[in-house]
Design a protein around this ligand. Structure first.
Ligand SMILES: [Zn+2]
Ligand SMILES: [Zn+2]
Length: 131
């Protein structure tokens, strides 16, 4: 089992360590809702994810819902009509206690990717803030 939580610990979740699919998403919705250039998602069966606490749910697009902690703001889950029909949901991989436990397999919505993300891995890198 993998465990995850929001920043303030008000919301915790558990899920199996195998995802049906996993991706990094660059879409405008993920970007605007998170304020970050990309999000990493694990697709899980809805009934395999147990949540403690009460995430707020925001109807973020026509048939999309994004769940987040109402206290600290951490985004956690996503679902839409198609996922619901499949009995699936998306969980933010970076909210896991061990974010390396599920490795994204594909990148999606690159058509909406922030341009500088294409070469972000080439930027000067420091293990800590540069002195
Ligand atoms: Zn929180
Ligand atoms: Zn997205």
């Amino acid at each position: 089992m993998l465990r995850g939580r929001c920043y303030c610990n008000s919301i915790q979740f558990e899920m199996p360590d195998k995802a049906a699919a996993s991706s990094v998403c660059y879409c405008d919705f993920c970007r605007k809702q998170s304020g970050a250039p990309m999000l990493a998602w694990a697709m899980m069966p809805e009934d395999a994810v147990s949540v403690t606490g009460n995430p707020k749910v925001y109807n973020s697009s026509e048939d999309g819902w994004r769940s987040f902690c109402g206290l600290c703001g951490t985004g956690l889950f996503f679902t839409n009509a198609l996922l619901k029909k499949m009995g699936m949901m998306q969980v933010r991989i970076a909210a896991l206690d061990d974010p390396d436990a599920i490795i994204p397999q594909i990148q999606v919505q690159t058509a909406e990717r922030v341009k500088w993300m294409t070469s972000a891995h080439e930027l000067p890198a420091f293990e800590r803030f540069p002195g």
